[in-house]
Design a binder for this molecule. Structure first.
Ligand SMILES: Cc1cc2nc3c(=O)[nH]c(=O)nc-3n(C[C@H](O)[C@H](O)[C@H](O)COP(=O)(O)OP(=O)(O)OC[C@H]3O[C@@H](n4cnc5c(N)ncnc54)[C@H](O)[C@@H]3O)c2cc1C
Length: 453
């Protein structure tokens, strides 16, 4: 009982991570898509490229370990035919067990796949009123995937739809340093908990106790950019500005982005603290200072970060910052398929829904597109099993008492049953991860094969 798919046309606003994956999923099923992107006309403060699916901060899409929650999410996205992951795999750069990419090549590849697709009409335009645009382009559904830095004209429209009190802000970017400007004799290559030496993807900057304490004191007293009146100072615990950590306590950073554990050099004592630098590209000509998102003014960043060993003459390709990040109260306004409760022809996808992260946003685009295809085919639309990574994410945003974006993590999955021996074992954590992964693969596999799309 399939409805002819040709009389449907979907407007997607935003060719970012979510919009690109949603567009490709629909177009691959011969559903015409109008994909509207504003960046060539009005770029957001974080955008540097003209192409789609731009990774605005780190170039890492996190772990590939199939038993980790991030790895699991990637497997599910691959099963759903994610364009984002296909292009990311093509343009991978070494980053230990993580999927990191050459961001320019990756973004170009996504753009060209979208622009050359027969079922995608790519339009460079700032979307203002989705309903008027749907009419103008003859679309019967719309997916708003305009991301955490949605342009204000559209943001105002969303606020009118759901009410200002259910529209939130948040943000954070780490600096990128030019490799040639570093004195690497004060640093060493090594991945955390691995013996990879010279060929490692991470360059580490060790600090002794005095250097560490001076650095933390400087971070604490440095001048910060005050939050703008449209920005609420509301940060995720997993992505705190490094200067805020310094304010929380002298030792806080040593247990977080400056932790030395797993970075011991052979024959040496464990360093007091370590800053990790991650390659930004294959050549290793630029490094991202891991976890150093910051509110410091640019001038103060130069002064304070140059206190790090080997950074005396550092030049920065990109300084850190704290930016706006918009998302809505999904639980209050969306159905489980991410359509608006009061206007179900309009869907939301990506960070805007309250997921957090590149892959999570792309996965959310796939989820919405999957639900929409089922609706178009007049199949019963059901949520993904909560035991799967995508299902767990959606379940989180639909049930979280306080709207607070989250990336995928083990805590979002329902408990797994473990034997008494497994619970007692030192390997408890890895048993748990393995069981969660097995259950997710089984449940999502069954769900998707029944879905027949
Ligand atoms: C400053 C910052 C740093 C971040 N760093 C990381 C990180 O390091 N790692 C990580 O995993 N996640 C990070 N995130 C979180 C988030 O995962 C990414 O921003 C991700 O790109 C979100 O995907 P998305 O598809 O929802 O939005 P985006 O990828 O931002 O895509 C939205 C698209 O919509 C377009 N758009 C906006 N308004 C309009 C309009 N009115 N009309 C038409 N098009 C419009 C934008 O130009 C953009 O291309 C960061 C977020 C921010 C804000």
């Amino acid at each position: 009982m399939q409805r002819a798919m040709g009389d449907n046309k979907i407007l997607i606003i935003g060719a970012g991570l979510a919009g690109s994956d949603a567009a490709y999923f629909l177009a691959s099923r011969q559903i015409p898509v109008v994909l509207m992107e504003s960046k060539t006309i009005t770029p957001t403060p974080a955008q540097k490229m003209k192409t789609a699916a731009e990774l605005v901060c780190t170039n890492s899409m996190k772990s590939l370990d199939p038993d980790s929650s991030h790895g699991l999410l990637k497997n599910e996205m691959t099963t759903l035919g994610s364009l984002i992951l296909e292009c990311a795999n093509k343009h991978r750069v070494p980053a230990g067990g993580a999927l990191a990419v050459n961001r320019e090549e990756f973004s170009k590849e996504v753009s060209s796949a979208l622009k050359s697709h027969a079922f995608i009409q790519f339009i460079e335009q700032v979307a203002e009123d989705p309903r008027l645009l749907m009419k103008e382009y003859g679309c019967n559904y719309c997916i708003i995937a305009s991301g955490p830095l949605t342009l204000s004209v559209l943001e105002n429209w969303i606020k009118k739809e759901i009410g200002e009190e259910d529209f939130y802000f948040y943000d954070a970017i780490a600096p990128i340093v030019d490799a040639d400007s570093l004195d690497t004799s004060k640093m060493y290559f090594k991945g955390r908990h691995v013996e990879d030496g010279e060929g490692a993807d991470y360059l580490n900057v060790p600090l002794n106790e005095v250097e560490y304490k001076n650095f933390i004191a400087a971070l604490k007293s440095a001048q910060k950019v005050p939050a703008k009146n449209f920005e609420e100072e509301k940060f995720f615990e997993s992505c705190l500005p490094v200067d805020l950590m310094a304010e929380r306590g002298e030792e806080t950073a040593r247990f977080s982005c400056m932790k030395p554990i797993g970075l011991k050099q052979p024959g040496m004592k464990l360093h007091h603290a370590v800053v990790q630098l991650r390659k930004e590209n294959l050549l290793g000509s630029a490094f991202n200072i891991v976890g150093f998102q910051t509110r410091l003014t640019y001038k103060e960043q130069l002064r304070v970060f140059r206190m790090l060993p080997g950074f005396q003459n550092a030049t920065f390709l990109h300084l850190g910052s704290v930016h706006r990040n918009s998302f809505i109260n999904a639980r209050a306004h969306l159905n489980f398929d991410m359509s608006l409760k009061h206007s179900p022809e309009i869907y939301f996808a990506g960070q805007m829904t309250g997921v957090e992260g590149y892959t999570e946003s792309a996965a959310s685009g796939l989820y919405v597109a999957h639900c929409l295809v089922k609706k178009l085919k007049r199949f019963e639309v059901l949520p993904f099993p909560v035991t799967s990574a995508i299902g767990a994410l959606i379940n989180y945003i639909m049930t979280s008492p306080t709207p607070r974006p989250s990336n995928i993590n083990t805590g979002l999955f329902p408990e797994v049953e473990m034997t008494r021996e497994e619970l007692k074992s030192k390997m408890r954590k890895s048993f748990k991860k393995e069981l969660i992964a097995k259950r997710a693969n089984r449940d999502l596999g069954q769900f998707l094969s029944a879905a027949e799309i």
